[in-house]
Structure formats: C-alpha cells, structure tokens
Design a protein around this ligand. Structure first.
Ligand code: C2E
Ligand code: CA
Ligand code: CA
Length: 642
C-alpha cells in the first residue's frame, strides 16, 4: 500500500512538472531572471525526486543502508541551499531589470551557498551538518548554520524587494514582495516544525506567485529596450503624479525617428532605439526609465534619487556629438527633451497627460542636437495647437486643400521677372490660414512632409508644363525642399517620375535646399545632390544667414544661387557694420561665381541698396506677395513686356 505521505509528495512533484512546463512555454528569452527561474524549477524537481526516494526508504518500500540515507540528505540539503540562493538571485535579477547591480555583487551572492554546500558534502565524513547512524538521522553541530544561511538568503532578498518596491510598477512590486514574504514563511515554518510536507506546499504557492511575477514583468517591460513600457508609465503616472515623492519627469523624443523609419531598414531603427535606451540607463543610473514607443522615452526622477540634471544633459549632449551607427552609415541624432518639474506644483494629476500628449508632438524649433523645453513655462494651449495643425494637415491632404502660390523673383540686371518661388498655402476650414512656417516643421516631424512634397512637385511641374513660362521670360521656378525631403531616399526617383510625367526640362526647376540639411548627414546629401544634378536639376541654397551658415562648407555643394535670408537682409539696414559685412559677403560669393537672391525686399530704399550691393535677384513684398497661379501669370504678363 502506498501511504498518504508518498502520494501527497508525488502529487506535488506532478504539479511542479506542470509549472516547469508553463515556465518553458510561457517564459521565453534569455534574460537573467528568466534563466534563474528555470534553474529554480529544475532544482525544485531534483529536490522532489530525491525526496520521493527518501520517503520510499523511510517507508521501507526499498531496502537501504546508512550511505543511501546520507546521500539522500546531502542532495536534499545542497538543493535546498541552492534553491534559496537562486531565489535571492532571482529577486535581485528581477529588480535589476529596473536597478543596477554589478555582476560582481551578483556572483558574491553565491559564495555563502557554495561554502555551505561544501560543508554539507563533507558532512559525509565530518558530520558537521548531519550524520546517519544505524538508519537514524541526527543533526550535526553546524546544522543551524545551514538553516541560518538559507534564512539569510530569504531575508536579505525580501528586504531588498521591499525596499525597492517603489521602483516597480504597481502590481509587479506587490508580487515581488509577496514572493519574498512567502519565502520567509517557508524558512520560519521549516525552522519551527521541520515539517517538510508543509514546506513543500508553500513552495508550490511560491512558484505560482513567481510565475505571476514573471508574467507581470513581461507585461510591464518593453521587449526591445528592456525598459519599462508605456503601460507601466501610465499606471505609475496615474497613481503617483502630484504626490510629494516625485521631482521631475523627462520626456525624451528622438526627432529623427520618422526620418529613420521612412528611410532605413527596420533593424537600424531598432538598434538606434536600443542604443539610446542604453545611453539613458548609463547616464541616469535610474530604474524608472520608460520606453513609450515611437522613439519616445520618459524618465521619472524621485526626490530620493541621486540625479543631477545638468550632468545628465551634458552627458547626453556629448554622446549626441558623436554619430550613431545606422547599418554602416553614421548619422547624428537629435533629441527633444521636455522637462516637467513636479516641484513647481503647476503640473498635477489632471493636466499631466495633457502635457505628455502635447509634448509628444510639439513643434520643434531648434536645430541643435538637444532641444529642451520646460513644460511649466509653456501653456498647454500652445502645445495643443500642434495637434490641431496636425489635423489640419491631414484634412488638407485628404480633401486636397493645399495650394501652390508663386512669388516673383526679379532680375536686377534685366529689370524683369526671371523666376518665382513656389510656396505652399494651407487655408483650413477650421483653423483658417496656417503658415507653412508652422505646418512644414510639424509635417517633418510626423512624416507627412513626404506626401506634401509629392503634392508640391506634382503641382509645380504641372504648372510649368501648362504655361509657356519660358516665353514669358521665366527661366526657372524655385521649389523648396525641406531637410527631410533632401534626405528622402526616393527623392530622385520621385523627381524623375514627375519630369517624365509632365515632360518638363529639369533645368526649369531650381531646388532650394536649406543649409540645415548639411548638418544632418553631409555624405548623404552630397550623394543625393549628385544624382539630381545628373538628372539636370540646379540648386539654390536657402536661408543663408540663419543658424550657423558656414561659408566654406556652402561652397562644397553644387549650388548656383545663394538666397540671403530676409533677416540678414533687413539687419543690413539697421546697422552700418552689417551692411558692410553683407557687401563683402556678396562680393565673395560673386568671386566664386554664385548668384545672389535677396529675400524680404519690402520697400524702394531696400531695393536700391540691394542693387547697389550687387544682388543679382530680388524677391519680396515690394514686388509682390506670393500669389496664386493666375495672378502670377497676370503679374508677369504686366511686367515682362517683350
Ligand atoms: P522660405 O523658403 O524662406 O520662403 C520665403 C518666405 O518669406 C515666404 O514665407 C515668403 O512669403 C516670405 N517673404 C517673401 N518676401 C517677403 C517680404 O518682403 N517680407 C516678408 N515679411 N516676408 C517675405 P512663407 O510662404 O510663409 O513660407 C515660409 C517657409 O515655409 C518658407 O521659407 C519655406 O521654408 C517653407 N515653405 C513654404 N512653401 C514650402 C514648400 O512648398 N515646401 C517646403 N518644403 N517648404 C515650404
Ligand atoms: Ca525658400
Ligand atoms: Ca528663404
């Protein structure tokens, strides 16, 4: 007859096997905590098989001798110690998902276990932990040392879990603490009653909670970056924002995300996202870093954290100065950092998520590697405007509401309209007139620019085909390319497609590129321009005089025309020195055979001065604002009388 004790243990062994099976099908991956979990399972199974064997001997199912009894004990004790050590390791690794321990510290964790295991094994001769005499088993002198070490593992790991629970999102923190508490109950139970049967049943509960903890971790973790995920962020924020323990929240967004997504292979994007996550971990040394998806990260800083904002931003800046590797191509990344200071009291539970979503798609203004905004100094209205404009762009694309306007460009030598700049217009039924200065950057950051650019190219090329511009004295039309368009890997094909479609001569189009594009990826831009030049397009350099115009670098690009930005033109009329600088600049450009367009000519005085300075072409409200196709045609008909 098989007795209850044996049957019970057999049942538990079966449950353990089921758990292992779950662990294997459910918990894929090689993270430390997952591996540790599997080892724990295996250690558990071995322990049970060994124990069944032990019970079989105790119940006289099989014949045995002292040596067999001793061996059963050795294996049993070694495994229980191992299980506790692994358990502690498991807890540390779990929290390590969000906190950092050195590898050395983790390995040190096993030293007591190894030492006590050696003593256990040597007990066969030394009798230090236990000994067996005439079929009876006795405790040795160091038996309680072993019990103590097991308990110490359970206690320190538990204390650690409890201490760090605030780092862990909601239910996850609670389940780790639960696991820990159960481990202590087990240790105490065993210590008081030595009832192994009880001990085993708590172990089962334990394993189930472990499994729960693991699933919860999976749920809150971003698979790619190993950071916490959006879910965790939202849960944490909903519960904790506005409470006193928070200091600041940093929302960090990879500005180049859309660009990389459009232009590069998926794996490059993923590796960049991962690289950045690593940087953030390294520079903050904080556990509460979240990956929110789509190139967006969040860091929550608590009052208790050792964190120096300036140091963090400096490190980040230094890193961004160096290129990232994108499948063999190196590119500079740009970040947008929104800083929400929780201590000012302006950001609370009610408006936090409004800020987050507004920051999520705020309009970028700076061209620097890191653009920082402080949210509490910015109204939400301002941030929400972005959303509205984004919707207007979407509407305009669907309902074909974009229009192209043309602004005449006058040749100072011929005193005739020689060209025009094509400028896009958006008249939204909800927002009214929206300046391209506002919606172009937004469409660049959300990727819509590529669709817009198709519209621009199509519409301008059609205009060129449908009208005898050449005969009317218009030699070429200036077409704006934004930074992202310049970097678009399909740009050449697109332009080729539309030149074929409308059968126009590429010489009739001057592509305006802005100098900022050169900051982005010079090699790529050069290659792109080379290809376009071969097709027959010419280039103008737009916005000269804004940002960090670099004269030498400008000359490395195959541009025929330099467009002086209106700000630099206007500044020449406010200040004598600026006037002289501009004069010299123009003559320098002439020396290297570049033509000059001055923008923003608003009155006669400016016109005369710019002519005197030697500008080749003038553009500005003095001549005409940008106007629709018909008005532009009428304008040249009036001015270019042949
Ligand atoms: P931009 O390329 O520098 O265009 C010149 C801007 O200066 C135009 O503004 C034009 O209307 C304005 N402007 C011209 N003369 C004067 C003047 O005498 N006084 C004043 N105050 N302003 C003058 P707009 O049309 O609002 O365009 C703003 C920016 O939006 C453009 O700057 C360009 O960067 C971008 N943009 C416009 N259309 C397109 C387009 O089709 N594609 C792309 N990628 N960007 C575009
Ligand atoms: Ca332009
Ligand atoms: Ca310009």
């Amino acid at each position: 007859m098989i007795n209850m004790r044996f049957a019970y243990n057999f049942l538990i062994l079966s449950i353990l096997f089921i758990c292992i099976w779950f662990a294997y099908i459910g918990i894929k991956g090689n993270a430390y905590y997952k591996r540790t979990f599997r080892w724990l399972m295996w250690a558990g199974v071995l322990m049970y098989i060994n124990r069944l064997f032990g019970i079989a001997m105790e119940e006289n199912y099989i014949s045995y001798n002292d040596f067999m009894l001793s061996m059963e004990r050795v294996i049993h004790y070694v495994l229980t110690v191992t299980v506790y050590a692994l358990y502690a390791f498991f807890i540390y690794c779990l929290i390590d998902q969000f906190h950092y321990f050195s590898r050395l510290k983790k390995l040190l964790l096993f030293i007591p276990a190894i030492l006590i295991d050696i003593i256990i094994i040597s007990s066969l001769w030394t009798h230090l932990i236990f000994y067996v005499e005439d079929g009876t088993y006795y405790e040795g002198k160091l038996f309680y040392l072993m019990v103590f070490i097991r308990g110490a593992y359970a206690l320190t790991a538990t204390a650690h879990a409890v201490r760090k629970r605030h780092l862990l999102p909601g239910i996850f923190g609670q389940s780790v603490v639960l696991v820990a508490i159960f481990a202590i109950i087990q240790a105490v139970e065993f210590f008081i009653s030595y009832d192994e049967t009880l001990y085993y049943s708590t172990l089962i509960t334990n394993i189930i909670i472990f499994l729960l903890a693991l699933t919860v971790v999976e749920f809150y973790k971003d698979g790619l970056t190993s950071l916490l995920n959006r879910e965790a962020f939202e849960q944490y924020a909903a519960k904790e924002i506005g409470k006193r323990n928070n200091k600041a929240v940093y929302l960090i967004k990879l500005k180049n995300y859309e660009y990389i997504k459009e232009n590069c292979h998926e794996t490059s994007l993923l590796s960049i996202i991962k690289d950045l996550a690593e940087c953030l971990k390294e520079y903050t040394m904080l556990p509460s870093i979240y990956y929110l998806g789509l190139g967006r990260y969040a860091i929550i800083v608590h009052k208790k954290d050792k964190f120096d904002e300036k140091e963090f931003l400096d490190k980040l800046k230094d890193r961004l100065d160096i290129t990232f590797d994108l499948n063999g191509v190196s590119i500079h990344l740009n970040l947008f950092v929104a800083i929400m200071n929780m201590e000012s009291g302006k950001i609370n539970k009610n408006n936090f998520f409004k800020y987050v979503s507004a920051c999520d798609d705020i309009k970028y203004r700076s061209k620097e590697a890191i653009e920082i905004i402080y949210c509490d100094s910015l109204g939400i209205d301002q941030l929400q405007r972005y959303r509205n404009v984004e919707e207007a762009i979407e509407r305009a694309l669907v309902e074909k509401e974009f229009r192209m306007f043309y602004q005449p460009i006058i040749s100072t030598e011929k005193q005739k309209v020689i060209s025009a700049e094509a400028l896009i217009r958006l008249n939204d039924r909800v927002l009214g007139f929206v300046s391209p200065e506002e919606f172009i950057p937004i469409s660049e950051s959300n990727g819509k620019i590529l669709e817009i650019s198709e519209f621009v190219i199509d519409s301008v090329f059609r205009f060129v085909r449908d009208n005898p511009l050449k005969d009317m004295g218009i030699e070429f039309i200036e077409l704006n390319l934004s930074v992202m368009q310049c970097m678009d890997k399909n740009l050449t094909e697109k332009l080729k497609y539309y030149t074929d479609k409308y059968q126009i001569d590429p010489k009739q189009i001057n592509l305006e590129i802005t100098e900022t594009a050169t900051n982005f990826d010079e090699d790529r831009l050069r290659a792109q321009l080379g290809k376009l030049k071969k097709l027959g397009f010419n280039f103008s350099l737009d916005d000269y005089g804004t940002g960090y115009s670099n004269l030498v670098r400008v000359l490395e690009y195959p541009v025929d025309i330099i467009k002086l930005d209106k700000t630099i033109v206007w500044s020449a009329f406010h200040d004598r020195d600026n006037f002289i600088t501009l004069k010299n600049l123009i003559s320098m450009f002439h020396d290297v055979r570049r033509k000059i367009v001055a923008e923003g000519v608003e009155n006669e005085e400016q016109m005369n001065a710019l002519i005197e300075l030697g500008c080749d072409f003038l553009q500005g409200y003095y001549y005409s604002k940008p106007v629709c196709e018909e008005d532009f045609l009428a304008y040249i008909a009036r001015h270019n009388i042949m």
